[in-house]
Ligand binder design. Structure first.
Ligand SMILES: C[S@@+](CC[C@H](N)C(=O)[O-])C[C@H]1O[C@@H](n2cnc3c(N)ncnc32)[C@H](O)[C@@H]1O
Length: 300
C-alpha cells in the first residue's frame, strides 16, 4: 500500500525547523526569540499563566530537573477551549477551526502547543514513563534527540543516557544536554544500550528511523510517538515514524509494554517497549514462533 500524503504533518513546525537549518540564528529568523526574554520584559514566550514558573531561559526550563513541561501541559490543557480537539472536524465552522488551529500552532501565540514542542519536545514526558525508564535501569542511546529534553530529565534521575542528532535544527543554546553530532551509523557502537526513538521521522520520505534499525544491534527499543492506527493523521502510520520502520520493527521486535502519553490535541502519542525476537524460527504444533522473553524486569 502506498503511503498517503499526510494531511496532518506538523508542517508549519517542520518548515520552521528547516528555516533554522538555513540560518545560524534560525530561531530569530521569523522575529521570534524562543529562548530569550522578550523585548519589553515581563512574562513572555512560552509564558504562560502567572501560576507557571518562568521559562524564558534554558536554565529556567531545566527547572532543576523537574518535569516543567508536563506541569505546563496539564495547566494548558485545562485552559484550552473544550472544542479544541475539533480543529479538524469538518462539521465545525471553518472560522472556528481556524481559531483553534491558531491556538495550537501559531508560533506567534505565546504558549501555543507547537511553540512548546519546539522549546521542549514533540511528546510530553509523563511522570509514569520517566519512572518506568528509571526502574528498568537500561542504559540508553537516544537517536535524533532534538533538544535533548527527555534525555536531560532521565539523566537528572540518574539514568545513563547518551544522545546523538545531526544537530542542524536545534542550536546549542536550545539543548538541555550534550548531544553528539552523528548519524544512525553510530548505533553500531552501542549494542549494549537500549535505543530510544522519539519522533524520529519528519515524514514518509525520511530514512532515519529505518536506518537506525539497520545499525542498531541491541535488544530493546523504546518508541515515543504515534504508531499504526493510533493517529488522527490521514497517514495511518502516524506522524512520528515511517511505515517502513514500523513494519521492520514489528518483524524483528515484539511490543511488550505500552503506556499512553499526554497528548497535545491532534496527537495520539504512546510510549512502547519493544524486545528483539530470536531470529530462529521454531516449529510448534505446525506454527512457527520466534522466542522473546516478554517480561519486563524492573531493577529492584
Ligand atoms: C522530529 S525531531 C524529534 C526530536 C526529539 N526526539 C523529540 O521527540 O522532540 C527529529 C530529530 O531527528 C533528527 N534527525 C533526523 N534525521 C537524522 C539523521 N539522519 N541523523 C541524526 N539525526 C537525525 C533531527 O535533527 C531532529 O532533531
Amino acid at each position: 500500500m502506498a503511503a498517503k500524503p499526510n494531511a496532518y504533518t506538523p508542517e508549519p513546525l517542520l518548515c520552521f525547523l528547516i528555516c533554522c537549518c538555513q540560518t545560524r540564528t534560525g530561531f530569530e529568523w521569523c522575529g521570534l526569540s524562543l529562548w530569550g526574554p522578550q523585548p519589553g520584559g515581563g512574562r513572555s514566550m512560552a509564558a504562560l499563566a502567572s501560576s507557571d514558573p518562568p521559562c524564558d531561559t534554558l536554565e529556567q526550563r531545566k527547572h532543576k530537573g523537574q518535569n516543567l513541561y508536563y506541569q505546563i501541559y496539564v495547566r494548558k490543557m485545562q485552559e484550552l477551549p473544550p472544542d479544541v480537539h475539533r480543529f479538524c472536524d469538518p462539521e465545525l465552522s471553518a472560522p472556528r477551526r481556524k481559531e483553534l488551529l491558531h491556538l495550537l500552532r501559531s508560533l506567534e501565540e505565546g504558549s501555543s502547543c507547537q511553540r512548546l514542542q519546539i522549546l521542549f519536545s514533540f511528546s510530553v514526558p509523563s511522570p509514569m514513563v520517566l519512572e518506568l525508564l528509571c526502574a528498568l535501569r537500561e542504559p540508553l542511546v537516544s537517536a535524533g534527540a532534538g533538544t535533548g529534553y527527555w534525555e536531560f530529565l532521565l539523566q537528572s534521575r540518574g539514568l545513563d543516557v547518551v544522545a546523538f542528532d545531526q544537530n542542524n535544527i536545534f542550536p546549542p543554546e536550545m539543548r538541555y544536554t550534550e548531544i553528539m553530532t552523528a548519524g544512525p551509523e553510530i548505533l553500531e557502537l552501542f549494542p549494549d544500550r537500549a535505543l530510544l526513538l522519539a519522533w524520529p521521522d519528519a515524514d514518509e520520505s525520511s530514512k532515519f528511523s529505518r536506518d537506525c534499525l539497520t545499525y542498531y544491534r541491541g535488544k530493546m527499543i523504546f518508541h515515543v510517538g504515534e504508531l499504526l492506527g493510533e493517529t488522527v493523521s490521514s497517514n495511518p502510520w502516524g506522524q512520528s515514524s515511517t511505515r517502513d520502520f514500523q513494519l521492520c520493527l514489528a518483524e524483528e521486535f515484539c511490543c511488550v509494554k505500552r503506556l499512553q502519553l499526554p497528548n497535545w490535541p491532534g496527537q495520539v502519542d504512546s510510549f512502547t517497549v519493544w524486545k528483539r525476537k530470536s531470529p530462529q524460527l521454531v516449529l510448534c504444533d505446525g506454527a512457527h514462533f520466534q522466542y522473546v522473553d516478554t517480561r519486563l524486569e524492573e531493577a529492584p
